[in-house]
Design a protein around this ligand. Structure first.
Ligand code: GLC
Length: 492
């Protein structure tokens, strides 16, 4: 059977190999679910220096891939691995990608991120040029791949293989735009007029994300609330007016989660497998987590967890501010994170202060994340901004009741519990303050102390369906819309 569509899915992150945020989980799941719909997917990822990538079974398929960066030719290599249901292409250039982190160290971004991701974007197109069949869609994600649509419509326009290719750009978070000095344009090979006309620039910078927004055939965000937020200055980070010009082509598709991977009944990382909604099975995982984090917490007391990129956008400042009060509440807390160094330090000093009740690990290995969701009673997401959020969805499945700020995707996925009726799936707060956070944790604990109410909340949430099945179908429709917009006829 021939594939319904051929898609190149271009991503800077992919779980479990390279993860800085939830995009990595999306990139690992969506291609799989698209493949189940008959789509042939090739995922493109930079070859980072990660032991998991090094040990992956793979072969070199292009040993000298020439990529023009201005006048210079930089060589790359391409590896292929067949990763379950999709093919993975790794773009290899040790100088750019053999580093410890994806975008930068805890102190700031790598200074050559413009060069690294211009190279990656062009290398993707160069690789496709060498394929014997064209792709129908190139699906890009975030600023770091946003130049692909720009290159496709300019420098690569004349190649026959791209004549029937349309582009989609997913905006997972517009707070990160890839802003560089105007001189960076020289690396692309594009003419200065692109900057002067404002097509690829914003406020005097070469802005990768803006450029992608201008050039992609179709755009999407990851929840409808976030799409609405993008019309406001507060959440659009200066992109509201350009986004408004593309309102017709900007749709929203809320992320799903991979139920094959996130299923407590078959999860290979957790201490005890249990059915969603089963609190006894969960209790055993809680004991395991308490041990893992070396906490001294009687298991009848609530254990709160969170896992996030340590930045103000994700609300680490609120949590730190609230910590002393939270620790008075007779609870335990387990935190997983990576991120800005000052917050890592601040968390470490909190652990010194509350060694028995607070545990922190700067680690995002899948095993720990799964253990965390399986072991905690409540999952805290205090984000200032959250385009979608996946942890609340994992929480529903694993009986970790979410406590979230009402913003973006959190707002449309979590319903506040009514303690009278037991209806609801979590606890939400609106104001971005530590007081609101503490008040809501207190409320959640009051409900936790009523076992039958808690059980009802957990069971209700376990019934929810946030699988990728439906969103994947929506992406398929989005791809056909992109083809239509690009004037490409394709029979369904
Ligand atoms: C970004 C957003 C997050 C979203 C994820 C995947 O990390 O901040 O809310 O869930 O992308 O789309």
């Amino acid at each position: 059977m021939s594939a319904v569509l051929r898609v190149a899915y271009v991503t800077p992150e992919l779980s479990p190999y390279a993860k800085s945020g939830e995009l990595a989980d999306v990139a690992a799941a969506l291609p799989k679910y698209l493949a189940s719909l008959g789509v042939e997917v090739v995922v493109f990822l930079p070859y980072y220096r990660q032991p998991e990538l090094e040990s992956l079974e793979k072969e070199v398929i292009v040993s000298h891939l020439p990529v023009y960066l201005g006048e210079r030719v930089v060589k790359g290599r391409v590896w292929r691995s067949t990763e379950g249901r999709f093919t993975l292409f790794l773009i290899d250039n040790p100088r750019y990608f053999w580093r410890e982190k994806i975008y930068g160290s805890g102190k700031g971004d790598y200074l050559d991120n413009d060069e690294r991701f211009i190279f990656f974007s062009k290398a993707v197109l160069e690789t496709i040029k060498l394929m014997d069949k064209s792709v129908d869609i190139i699906h890009c994600n975030n600023w770091s791949t946003a130049l692909v649509p720009v290159f496709l419509k300019t420098l690569y326009h004349r190649y026959k293989i791209f004549k029937r290719t349309a582009t989609v750009l997913t905006l997972h978070n517009v707070a990160y735009q890839g802003m560089f000095p105007p001189e960076s344009l020289a690396l692309t090979g594009l003419n200065w007029k692109y900057l002067q006309s404002g097509l690829v620039s914003l406020n005097g910078h070469f802005n990768f994300l803006k450029a992608g927004i201008v050039y992609a055939d179709m755009l999407n965000t990851v929840s409808s609330s976030y799409r609405r937020e993008l019309w406001t200055q507060k959440h659009s980070h200066g992109l509201a007016s350009i986004l408004k010009t593309r309102r017709q082509e900007l749709i929203s598709i809320r992320n799903g989660i991979d139920y094959e991977l996130w299923d407590p009944a078959h999860d290979k990382y957790i201490a005890w497998n249990y059915q969603p909604g089963d609190l006894e099975g969960k209790r055993r995982n809680k004991l395991d987590l308490i041990e893992e984090f070396q906490l001294d917490l009687p298991p009848n007391l609530p254990l709160l967890g969170t896992s996030f990129y340590l930045s103000e956008r994700k609300g680490i400042d609120l949590l730190l501010e609230a910590m002393d009060e939270l620790m008075k509440l007779d609870l335990g807390m387990a935190i997983l994170g990576k991120g800005e160094e000052i917050f890592e330090q601040a968390l470490l000093s909190m652990v010194k202060k509350y060694p028995h009740r607070l545990g922190v690990r700067f680690d995002w290995s899948p095993a720990l994340i799964h253990k965390l969701v399986a072991g905690v009673d409540m999952f805290l997401i205090p984000s200032w901004s959250e385009p979608c959020g996946l942890n609340q969805l994992y929480g529903f499945r694993y009986g970790a009741v979410p406590i979230v700020r009402t913003v973006g995707g959190l707002q449309e996925t979590v319903r506040h519990v009514d303690p009278q009726t037991g209806q609801g799936t979590g606890f939400v707060f609106q104001e971005h303050t530590s007081l609101a956070l503490i008040r809501t944790v207190r409320e959640a604990i009051r409900c936790y102390r009523r076992p039958s109410l808690w059980q009802k909340i957990v069971r209700q949430s376990a019934q929810l369906n946030f699988s990728w099945e439906i969103p994947a179908k929506k992406y398929l429709r989005l791809y056909y819309r992109a083809l239509q917009r690009a004037g490409i006829q394709k029979r369904r």
